[in-house]
Design a binder for this molecule. Structure first.
Ligand code: ZN
Length: 475
């Protein structure tokens, strides 16, 4: 059998925006395949963290790309705010980081590396940021694989740049770029696609951030990328790949609506005991504690739980966790590159003005009424996952837990390639024909910690050795 796999990611698409009027083509895929009703993102629910999880089949604690803005590992011993941080959205920053550290960006092999090892090909086509497309296949150039970015040749692998030179130039607007990259897949790849392709569309994320979730502009962008996806489905169903290509459509994270802003830097800087620490601000952020001093970790975490704008607070395992603080390992992001203290800003399930549940505070330039993600609300952690193809159960709604780390092992299994069993994710056997039951039954897991003015809860689901983070909430 000559099986192929295509993953199409609609960045930032919330499952509740899958509707007949906005995404008829995604619903068409769902109708002929399996829809995962309990699919989850990872923490932090940020695009590059999610991208690394997709391509490695591993959780952030194992692949090591633990935040969109990473504390520079080379500055781990520098006390105070002077240490650098790395914006992983820019490929130049990632290449510089890899060179300076002399180590791979990801601790685990990408799908590209796994496929190259068995002589199969792999391609990334993305209208996401230049850093995002690089994270999906950091060794594309060395492996001779195609990475094609809608941001131009500087973000393409040599083979991708050669292809780009033969194409009409991509438009400048995000939705236009997403349509462009989808049409490049349809016209240039779909007739005879690589063993695996990841097609990453930057919408509806960009319009969600700036115009607001469920706004006219957000829904218009979503309709346009869904139509571009529909053209791929048309050609797939009518062409020779109908009985060979399996298609997964997914989102990397959801979104919550921003209802207020916090400027955390001056508040943090005013605490004399934290002068040696470095704040990485955001709706989901961290505090680097040079040397990992347990007393300082504990003081910072305790201070955070006393702020009325704080959501979740996690601290490095091994530190003396003060009341209210949960261990970093509970959210599967404990790694040598992870800040010693992690937090999210206050968030909850209340509806936005446009009626979509999930609101949050933010620290940054995004407008109130816009969308953001990175945190642990159900609105951010719930994702779209649909799978359809010649070997996939049709018209099925799966209630089994599923997540981003399951995509790579499932793709490898469909291609008949070994290695998936060593990953954090699992093969989604319940969706394959004939459907089988996963080996274990789902078991709920919950954490709770608090003191007189603060209480937080975290919900996960365990399925054998696999753990899925459902959501967390401050009471
Ligand atoms: Zn994203």
């Amino acid at each position: 059998m000559d099986e192929r796999f295509l993953l199409v990611v609609f960045d930032g698409l919330r499952p509740d925006l899958l509707r007949p009027d906005t995404t008829p083509n995604l619903l068409r895929l769902a109708a002929i395949g399996t829809r995962f009703a309990r699919a989850r993102s990872v923490f932090p629910s940020e695009t590059r963290v999610c991208s690394a999880t997709v391509t490695t089949g591993c959780m952030p604690r194992r692949h090591g790309l633990v935040a969109n803005r990473l504390a520079h590992p080379g500055d781990a011993a520098i006390a105070g705010p002077a240490g650098r941080s790395v914006d992983t959205g820019q490929i130049a920053n990632l290449l510089e980081l890899e060179q300076e550290l002399g180590e791979p960006l990801l601790d685990m092999p990408s799908l590209g590396a796994r496929l190259a090892a068995v002589g199969r090909d792999f391609a990334v086509l993305s209208s996401g940021t230049t850093g995002q497309s690089h994270v999906l296949n950091p060794t594309a150039a060395a492996l001779g694989q195609i990475t094609l970015s809608a941001h131009g040749a500087q973000a393409c692998s040599p083979k991708g740049a050669a292809l780009l030179a033969t194409l009409d130039p991509p438009p400048a607007d995000p939705t236009g770029r997403a349509e462009w990259i989808a049409d490049v897949f349809r016209t240039r790849f779909l007739p005879n696609p690589p063993a695996t392709t990841i097609l990453w569309l930057c919408e509806p994320d960009t319009s969600g951030h700036y115009a607001g979730l469920g706004s006219d502009a957000n829904l218009a962008a979503l309709r346009r990328v869904d139509e571009a996806f529909g053209r791929i489905l048309d050609d797939w169903q009518a062409g020779p790949m109908a009985d060979r290509l399996t298609i997964m459509a997914a989102s990397d994270h959801g979104h919550a609506t921003i209802t207020g802003t916090v400027n955390m830097a001056p508040l943090f800087a005013a605490e004399p005991g934290f002068a040696g620490c470095r704040l990485l601000p955001g709706a989901s952020g961290g505090v680097v504690v040079p040397g990992g001093a347990a007393v300082v970790i504990s003081d910072v975490a305790a201070w955070l739980t006393r702020q009325d704008w704080i959501g979740q607070v996690f601290a490095a395992d091994g530190a003396d966790l003060p009341p209210g603080v949960l261990p970093r390992s509970a959210v599967l992001v404990d790694h040598r590159r992870t800040a010693e203290v992690l937090f999210t800003l206050r968030a909850g399930p209340a509806p936005s003005l446009l009626g979509l549940p999930g609101v949050t505070l933010n620290d940054g330039a995004l407008p109130i009424g816009g969308g953001t993600h990175g945190g642990l609300t159900a609105a951010e952690m719930s994702i779209v996952m649909l799978l359809a193809g010649p070997r996939i159960a049709r018209g099925q709604l799966s209630e089994w837990p599923a997540g981003l780390a399951d995509i790579a092992p499932t793709a490898l299994a469909l291609l008949g390639i070994d290695g998936g069993a060593m990953l954090d994710g699992r093969v989604l056997v319940e969706a394959l024909e004939p459907p089988a039951k996963p080996e274990a039954a789902p078991a709920p897991e919950s954490w709770e910690a608090g003191h007189d003015t603060y209480r937080q809860r975290l919900s996960r689901t365990r399925l054998g050795r696999h753990a899925y983070i459902n959501m967390a909430q401050r009471d």
